[in-house]
Design a protein around this ligand. Structure first.
Ligand code: WT7
Length: 569
């Protein structure tokens, strides 16, 4: 679908003077917004919460609007400061110190946010786990990070193999009874002092571990440091276009990086009221959230927009969506059709943004004051140098497809892959961070996404590693071998399709396929369970034993199979 550019809409946006700002900006100056410039020390939780709680003009402003089917709650900046100070005291009492890994396996809730901020306040490293993870996914992350404390609920605790995690010494339970050695969140919070001396840290000290999937091996711990606040603040201001009286809603779960960088840091660093919605997706509930909470800036994902689109115009018309003034998207390609729908449904442009767990913050974006070319991810953020490189790291001319790469050294770049320096190194070539996405740049500097270069699957905006799913599949008693690919899907972007061979004595049946599906769902997570499973006689492999997922994909899509010279006999 080829569409005309959509004109910039200027008028009272933070980046209306886009070109000048762009030319003048440098990251060093952006640092001056934080205590670092005065004291040489920082804490991202101070900048996000305590700073506003200390400001008489802001302390009573609502920081968090929590809304779930069974619970509504509002917390001011002062409330959040007190609760996170209290939780920091609980952590100190249980000997949690700077650098320790404290994981959260909790539904989105006010407790999650108080605990998360408390962890940062003691200088520890927070590891948020997506609530839908099942045992294997939880185990992999706790094992690799050697987390010493986990904060969870009695229900979710059932998915934590506590006895098999030697480093995990302490468990905090939110809600319900806390038997024996467990720590009760409610009891300890009730007793905890409301004053806490925040741990001042260096910009390069760790704050966050987000596990993400690659094409091989187990999920990798992407390690972020306090310095990321510079990027979270600045992109919040210029891309999310946040202003102090905005009511902002990011729909992502804090188990994924969008839900921390832009569901916690960017809005609060900018002193903005942040809406958090619990519960599942439904078009009416989502529109209701916008209408009831008067959401003005909304950051979501193509998969959600496509679902709203297919719910029809009536669904939108039932609600008053006039509070909205700015909409953004991330996670997968934003279809021009969706932009056209957005113009009709909201009379607003939907602004695509591109980045990754590893980049910690937005890198390529569309701004209010920029002409938008539907289908393009936009242009690099000021201070970001992006390019298209070949496999040796040489820059390619405009309109040539290659690896999307970023010049090393932006503020929110990951600083390590936990326990895996070799993997970390492998992202960099010739001074470039190489993203694993293929793209091209047009003559005017707009970037256009083409696809993943590796086998990573992007289903409903979530990254799933084929290797993880394959590993789980072959644990099923009936499965001998498995190969997993992403299959294009109009609503979900891609769905997970598995090809499996059966062990001796097993016959294909609908029941068996469903059983295999459920096995992955219960063992790993719902979003990693294959929607389609096909039984094969053999799985194509290279002579060195690697599954040839590319070949499976070509078969599936009826495409030419390309070079098969390494295929095993
Ligand atoms: C991968 C990163 C950090 C945002 C949430 C996803 C794909 C992300 C776009 C976009 C096309 C996109 C890429 C990227 N992706 N944004 N605007 N257009 N593709 O983070 O789980 O680390 O996934 O998501 O393939 O590499 P993630």
């Amino acid at each position: 679908m080829d569409m005309q550019p959509i004109q910039a809409r200027t008028g009272n946006h933070n980046m209306d003077n886009y070109k000048e700002t762009y030319d003048q900006f440098n990251w060093e100056e952006a640092k001056s917004n934080f205590t670092w410039s005065e004291t040489g020390k920082v804490n991202i939780a101070y900048e996000a919460i305590d700073k506003h709680a200390a400001d008489p003009q802001k302390k009573n402003q609502v920081a968090l609007v929590y809304s779930a089917p069974d619970r509504e709650e509002e917390l001011t900046f002062e409330d959040l400061k007190v609760k996170s100070d209290q939780f920091a005291n609980v952590l100190k009492k249980h000997h949690i110190n700077k650098g320790d890994r404290v994981f959260l396996f909790l539904p989105r809730s006010p407790e999650f946010y108080a605990a998360f901020l408390g962890i940062l306040k003691v200088g520890a490293i927070a590891g948020p786990l997506f609530e839908a993870f099942m045992e294997q996914a939880v185990r992999d992350r706790l094992e690799d990070s050697e987390a010493t404390m986990l904060i969870t609920t009695p229900e979710l605790l059932e998915r934590v193999p506590v006895d098999e995690l030697p480093h995990l010494k302490q468990i905090v339970l939110v809600g319900g009874e806390a038997p024996g050695n467990y720590i009760s969140y409610d009891e300890e919070m009730a007793d905890a002092s409301k004053d806490f001396e925040i741990e001042w840290v260096d910009l390069e000290d760790g704050m966050l571990l987000h596990y993400t999937s690659g094409s091989t091996g187990k999920p990798k711990g992407v390690y972020h440091v306090h310095n990321a606040m510079i990027q979270h603040y600045q992109t919040g201001k210029w891309v999310l276009d946040l202003k102090e009286d905005d009511i902002y809603w990011c729909t992502a779960d804090p188990g994924w990086v969008t839900g921390t960088s832009y569901g916690i840091f960017a809005p609060w660093l900018n002193g903005v009221t942040n809406v958090i919605r619990g519960g599942r997706f439904s078009p009416d509930d989502w529109y209701n959230t916008i209408a009831e909470k008067n959401v003005s800036v909304w950051y979501s994902a193509p998969t959600a927009f496509r679902k709203l689109l297919s719910a029809g115009e009536e669904a939108a018309e039932r609600h008053d969506l006039s509070s909205l003034r700015h909409i953004l998207s991330v996670g997968e390609p934003l279809n021009p059709e969706v932009i056209t729908w957005g113009l009709k449904a909201f009379d607003l442009r939907i602004h695509d943004t591109w980045w990754m767990t590893e980049t910690g913050g937005m890198l390529i974006c569309n701004y209010p004051a920029m002409d938008m070319r539907p289908g393009s991810m936009g242009k690099p953020f000021p201070g970001i140098v992006a390019s298209i490189v070949d496999n040796e790291g040489n820059e390619l001319p405009p309109n040539q497809m290659g690896n999307l790469a970023i010049k090393e050294g932006w503020p929110s770049m990951m600083r390590a892959i936990w326990n895996n320096p070799g993997k970390f190194e492998s992202y960099f070539m010739n001074g470039w961070y190489v993203s694993g996405d293929s793209a091209y740049k047009d003559e005017d500097g707009y970037f256009w996404f083409q696809g993943r270069l590796d086998d990573v699957i992007n289903t409903s905006g979530e990254r799933v590693g084929p290797f993880e799913v394959e590993s789980k599949l072959i644990e099923h008693e009936a499965v001998a071998e498995a190969g997993v690919i992403g299959k294009p899907d109009p609503e979900r972007g891609e769905i997970i399709k598995a090809f499996v061979t059966l062990r001796e004595g097993y016959q294909e049946s609908d029941d068996l396929l469903e059983d295999i599906r459920q096995f992955v769902k219960k063992g790993l997570s719902a979003h990693a369970a294959p929607r389609e499973i096909e039984i094969k006689e053999t799985i194509p492999k290279t002579r060195s034993g690697k599954i040839m997922r590319r070949l499976l994909k070509s078969w599936e899509l009826g495409l030419p199979t390309g070079d098969t010279s390494t295929l095993e006999e």
